[in-house]
Design a protein around this ligand. Structure first.
Ligand SMILES: *[C@@H]1O[C@H](CO)[C@@H](O)[C@H](O)[C@H]1NC(C)=O
Length: 420
């Protein structure tokens, strides 16, 4: 039997339109089922703080606006809601270009007035002090510029850093400051006061309920639990510290973010998401590893000898790699907690159905296509090769957080930080 071309075309068109209808139907059902699961999870109210003791920690640089508008009132409210017998607020700031010190001084005064234990350190050391310091022999946290490069001085002018010039690395600097923020934890311990959870806050918009939801992730059973953070919603912000259950950086900046099915499936159902690492503007740690007598958990950067080969890793990722409790209790993202770097971003991902039906439909398909594409294309193994090379030259070289590593060199500048 011969099918005439006209009939052939007709059959083909029918098959095509039937497929499209099926695809649309499938997607619609998928969106409805995801929405239902997300709504069910979102309707569960978080439990009260209870008797747990919470140590709040944060680090600041030039963020006066959000502090005055959102953060300072939110932290004051949070500390009151936790209750003054159960909370400590530890804040460190240095070298801001605006009146961040003024905003934090107000928090200091308010907490004093409320009788809430706290330590607010407003350090006069600037980035300029850090970069002008001479690197002493054996000083850690420095690299040599791999090439001469220009950086912005202001709107119109540039300044240059010469090849081979010694510059401080950004991550060891941040790690050092974070450890400084943790110091009151040990001062309190020597007075017999021990905390259950460490809550690190970035300069984000959040409220007490967000923190209650975060702390109650898996009924409090976690090594660490993180929010999701947004600067330019709907785009997720913290890709530097976030690694999914298989150690992959987020596949997309938009929902459902993750490559690993182990992480993606719980996210889609509004459940806590197992990950290798996260920070995301707000993260709660089980405090125990920070109290260990041997191998106390601290913040750190990767070794200078590895950073020299143009590799970097966030101190906010490495801390999870180093944390022995990560293996036991897991690191989790709680997708019900979404913070923003300003009011617009916060509003876009809170109050109302998030993500929208449209974002779900496009998100699941974009994720599928990118995963398929990822299977076809050869993966980028630059960082792995550099890590191997580093190990070959130094048999004692160990980096417990290989999944944290990226192909960057981050340095401190007098007016911020940059890539070298
Ligand atoms: C919030 O931040 C985003 C991204 O930086 C910006 O586009 C937006 O205008 C900001 N909104 C406000 C109210 O400042």
């Amino acid at each position: 039997m011969i099918i005439r071309p006209r009939v052939q075309r007709l059959i083909l068109t029918r098959i095509l339109s039937a497929s499209l209808i099926l695809l649309a139907l499938w997607t619609t059902l998928e969106v409805l089922s995801i929405r239902r699961a997300l709504t069910r999870e979102a309707s569960k109210p978080p439990p009260p703080f209870g008797k747990q003791r919470i140590f709040i920690a944060s680090l600041h640089w030039t963020d006066e606006r959000i502090l005055r508008e959102y953060w300072v009132p939110a932290v004051r409210q949070l500390a009151q809601d936790i209750g003054r017998d159960n909370v400590f607020v530890s804040v460190y700031e240095s070298g801001s270009f605006d009146d961040t010190k003024g905003a934090l001084q107000e928090l200091d005064d308010q907490l004093t007035g409320l009788g809430i234990d706290h330590k607010v350190v407003l350090d006069e050391t600037t980035h300029l002090d850090e970069v002008s310091r001479d690197r002493g022999p054996g000083d850690e946290g420095w690299v040599q510029m791999p090439a001469t490069k220009s950086y912005r001085q202001n709107w119109t002018e540039w300044f240059e850093l010469e090849k081979d010039e010694w510059v401080p690395r950004r991550i060891p600097y941040l790690a050092r400051l974070r450890n400084q923020v943790m110091e009151p934890l040990y001062e309190q311990q020597s007075k017999g006061v021990v905390y259950d959870k460490i809550l690190w806050l970035n300069d984000v918009v959040f409220n007490t309920e967000d923190v209650r939801t975060l702390l109650a992730t898996r009924h409090g059973d976690y090594a660490a639990a993180c929010a999701l953070d947004f600067k330019q919603a709907p785009k997720f912000y913290d890709s530097f510290a976030t690694r999914d259950a298989e150690g992959y950086a987020p596949l997309t900046a938009t929902w459902p973010f993750f490559q690993s099915a182990q992480s993606r499936h719980p996210l889609i159902h509004g459940q806590p998401v197992p990950v290798a690492s996260c920070w995301n503007g707000m993260v709660a740690f089980d405090a125990k590893p920070f109290y260990r007598i041997v191998d106390r958990l601290v913040f750190r950067g990767i070794p200078d000898s590895l950073a020299r080969s143009h590799v970097e890793g966030s101190e906010c990722c490495l801390v999870h790699a180093d944390n022995p409790l990560s293996r036991e209790k897991g690191v989790w993202v709680n997708p019900r907690v979404r913070v923003g770097y300003n009011g617009t971003a916060y509003g876009a991902v809170n109050g109302g159905a998030w993500p929208s039906g449209y974002a779900i439909a496009t998100g699941v398909w974009r994720n599928r296509i990118l995963r398929l594409w990822g299977l076809l294309k050869a993966s980028d193994r630059v960082v792995e090769a550099r890590l191997r090379e580093w190990r070959r030259w130094d048999s004692a070289a160990v980096e417990p957080g290989p999944f944290c590593l990226i192909d960057e060199m981050q340095i401190l500048l007098w007016n911020g930080w940059g890539h070298a």
